[in-house]
Design a protein around this ligand. Structure first.
Ligand code: ADP
Ligand code: MG
Length: 260
């Protein structure tokens, strides 16, 4: 195992002027739940910066604070103390409209359980985040169709979620997450309900998004999945245990092996 790296990302230029601004910056974030007389420290002083177009895996045992951290990054939850800045803007200084806009425009969410609406078809599920966009119906539909094409589901547009396999459902969820063209993709155990082969399809999609310039944060329990990312942050008891670059990511290794 590599030694834990502290402070600025060593892959970036050493001249601070050349270093891009973080897209995500948590500073000493705590999230404390009071349960009667006891308190749960879901996050206990987490500081981390993520730069544009990083591909980060978040690992750690169950209950270590992974989902809490993702929810704060996604502006679905707020820290008890500490600060969170997204694109240099403090989340605590945004009003409800600004937060809603950020959640809708800047961030795409993918969940383990897909979270699709069961009664409507794929197109309608994917269209959902566009409802408040002010776009005409035809335009919305065209964008949703294009998003489903990107995930290889052109031939399943009229199907309802229960008519699809698990992998297809997750791809619909990814199409929905991408429909507003967000720069950041947050995935909380996206392959947790999928078999290995189907999980690989999702990882291939993430690789494409990374190549297109998106910033990805992916929570996973599995070391093999984490090694598709370029950086692994490990949480334990609400604290960062380690934060390391992956020296031979799985897909880089695959490409190298193909080249011989
Ligand atoms: P992980 O995603 O790593 O499994 P979580 O972030 O979901 O962990 O939870 C971290 C800790 O915070 C756990 O001990 C969990 O029980 C607790 N927790 C999470 N959400 C709540 C809540 N709404 N109320 C009380 N405790 C919570
Ligand atoms: Mg979780």
């Amino acid at each position: 195992m590599q030694p834990t790296q502290k402070g600025p990302d060593p892959q970036r230029g050493s001249n601070p002027k050349e270093r891009p601004e973080p897209i995500i910056e948590l500073r000493n974030v705590r999230k404390i739940y009071k349960m009667g007389s006891t308190e749960v420290r879901a996050l206990d002083g987490v500081s981390v910066s993520v730069y544009p177009n990083e591909y980060v895996a978040i690992m750690g045992p169950s209950g270590s604070g992974k989902s809490t951290m993702m929810n704060i990054i996604g502006c679905l939850d707020v820290p008890t103390s500490g600060t969170y800045a997204l694109n240099g803007l403090e989340a605590s200084e945004m009003n409800d409209d600004e937060l809603a806009a950020v959640r809708n425009q800047e961030i795409g969410f993918i969940f383990q359980t897909f979270n699709l609406l069961p009664r409507v078809n794929c197109i309608q599920n994917v269209e959902l985040p566009l409802i408040y966009s002010g776009l005409a119906r035809k335009k919305r539909r065209a964008i949703a169709e294009a998003s489903l094409e990107k995930v290889g589901l052109s031939d399943r547009m009229d199907h309802k979620p229960n008519e699809l396999s698990g992998g297809e459902r997750q791809r619909v969820a990814i199409a929905r997450a991408l429909v507003n063209d967000p720069s950041i993709l947050l995935a909380d155990e996206p392959t947790g309900n999928l078999d290995t082969k189907t999980g690989e399809e999702i990882l291939d999609l993430f690789e494409q998004l990374y190549a297109r310039g998106n910033t990805l944060l992916v929570v996973t329990h599995e070391e093999y999945i984490a090694r598709h990312a370029r950086r692994i942050i490990r949480l334990r008891d609400g604290m960062i245990e380690s934060d390391e670059m992956v020296d031979r990511p799985v897909l880089d290794a695959k490409i190298q092996d193909l080249r011989g």
